[in-house]
Design a protein around this ligand. Structure first.
Ligand code: HEM
Length: 488
């Protein structure tokens, strides 16, 4: 029988599964197993705009409610973020409005369009040029004729690491070219350690630390690597060996808060740099991955995107972000739609209700309640989006309101500062690939335009959920047949 607390609780009228209302253990387990994003999306469809996920955690999916929470520093980030402060407090982990604002003034200049345009040669070199070189080499060596089958999930992951690695560390990792994954492994280990720490806070203290020794050792290596990258840059500049490069690392080193005149310490530079690598790699690569997957499931959209880019640009040409943005509205819409239908940050963003409490959907939530901003729910909100389960890029064409309604990059005071960088990379990679290659699903693909779900939409491949939402079986489901586009 349910305890009387259940009925006396201030949340008793809020819907949710009985199990989650009684104890926080099921939701902690779900978090550890990486299933929270799936729950957040499925429970939105079951329970609607507001529901419980733990006895004291309320999830909000109404876009207006989400924006209310995100718009101000009054709803601070929950203690969950402390799990990510493995090196030092960062722009991502901090609960302090002052530190957030200062870091935005120090780091923000790296992500303005002016600075991104100056960094774009590196984004193109480590992004589209690298992937094109790899595929063209494999095509030239192919014994089966003019096509190859590649795992695009893997290649997009390596591309994203190469781009952000080059911008943040000032050196080339060439993961795409050499199939190396060292940086990727370090970032994955960082995420794993953070998640374990979220659930067992004391895991990094002896003796529990023995259980995660490999992860902490890799963290130490990662930090040493980050420190060395910044130190090498400082030394090269001291010795006059190089002109000041235009990249993210330089902004981190130089970044001065115009108000307080504060610069970051060496530890803070490394902590922020690793934080950017962690925040910016999986998110960007998975978005490109879902975009290509949905284009394969919706052949009309794929055809239209391909025709658009081939009509706008010649065959042997590299499209930049600005050119794509100006002349490829449908591809831009495909990127927006893929971030809507499958937001890669699936975990409801946890915030704390401030002094005085807050009312959402007619329910008063006392101060201290944890609310989860459900990006996946808001991006599928049935009152906001027509037929939300369907991939319909055209909903974004000439529709500023639809773009405004997207919550993929969060919103308000903690909105993703790296969103412009992600857009530069995604537009240049996806637009150029669609121009230069024809894509087709392998004949044995399990997920095709013909395989429909109960709503009449193509079934997307199964997902794995952790902090980000990716393909569950990439080796099986992210294979694609690549053929050079005909000269046109
Ligand atoms: C498609 C790609 C991306 C998506 C979908 C995305 C999404 C998000 C979301 C939803 C948040 C809010 C997280 C929260 O409040 O807990 C966020 C924050 C953040 N993102 Fe991104 N992001 C992307 C790419 C990037 C890139 C490329 C970078 C930098 C290189 C970056 C750096 C950050 C940082 C530092 C924060 C923390 C900001 C703060 O708390 O004030 N992101 N991102």
């Amino acid at each position: 029988m349910a305890s009387p607390d259940l009925y006396l609780s201030p949340y008793s009228r809020i819907p949710g599964r009985l199990l989650y209302r009684i104890s926080s253990i099921p939701s902690r387990l779900i978090m550890l197993l990486g299933q929270l994003p799936e729950v957040a999306e499925d429970d939105y469809y079951t329970f609607g705009d507001i529901f419980m996920i733990r006895p004291d955690v309320v999830v909000l999916s109404n876009p207006a409610d989400c924006r209310t929470v995100l718009s101000t520093h009054r709803f601070i980030k929950s203690d969950m973020y402390k799990g990510f402060a493995l090196i030092d407090e960062t722009i991502f982990t901090t609960q302090s409005a002052d530190l957030t604002n200062m870091r935005r003034r120090q780091i923000g200049p790296a992500f303005t369009h002016g600075y991104l345009n100056e960094m774009e040669p590196i984004i193109l070199e480590c992004g589209i040029h690298a992937i094109r070189a790899k595929w063209d080499k494999e095509l030239a060596q192919s014994t089966t004729g003019r096509s190859i089958t590649v795992n695009y999930a893997l290649h997009f992951t390596m591309v994203s690491f190469d781009v952000i690695g080059a911008l943040g560390c000032g050196q080339r990792f060439n993961a795409v070219r050499d199939n190396t994954t060292q940086l990727i492994d370090w970032v994955n280990d960082f995420n794993t350690l953070s998640i374990i720490k979220l659930v067992f806070d004391r895991v990094t203290s002896f003796p529990a630390s023995l259980l995660v020794r490999r992860l902490t050792q890799n963290l130490d290596k990662f930090v040493a690597f980050g420190n060395a990258a910044a130190e090498r840059r400082r030394e090269q500049l001291r010795q006059g060996e190089i002109e000041k490069p235009k990249d993210v690392l330089q902004i981190l080193i130089d970044g001065q808060d115009p108000e307080s005149k504060a610069k970051m310490t060496a530890t803070q530079v490394t902590a922020e740099n690793i934080g950017l690598l962690v925040a910016g790699t999986d998110t960007t690569s998975l978005t490109m991955m879902w975009t290509l997957h949905y284009l394969m499931l919706y052949p009309d959209a794929y055809r239209r995107a391909t025709e658009e880019v081939r009509a706008a640009f010649p065959r042997h040409y590299t499209i930049t972000y600005a050119e794509g943005k100006a002349r490829l509205p449908f591809i831009d819409a495909c990127l927006n739609e893929s971030t809507r239908i499958r937001a890669v940050t699936g975990v409801p963003l946890p915030r704390i209700v401030p002094e005085g409490g807050a009312t959402f959907q007619g329910h008063f939530l006392p101060a201290g309640t944890q609310v989860g901003v459900n990006i996946a729910g808001a991006n599928h909100h049935q009152g906001t989006w027509e037929n939300p389960r369907r991939f319909m890029p055209e909903r974004f064409l000439d529709n500023e309101k639809a773009k405004h309604n997207l919550l993929t990059f969060s919103s308000g005071v903690r909105i993703c500062p790296g969103r412009n960088l992600a857009q530069y990379e995604m537009m240049s990679v996806i637009a150029n690939l669609l121009k230069d290659y024809d894509f087709a699903l392998p004949p044995d693909s399990l997920f095709t335009p013909e395989r429909l779900d109960e709503h009449g939409n193509p079934v997307a491949m199964p997902r794995t959920h952790s902090l980000t939402v990716g393909p569950k079986y990439p080796e099986r489901d992210c294979r694609i047949v690549v053929t050079p586009a005909p000269d046109y």
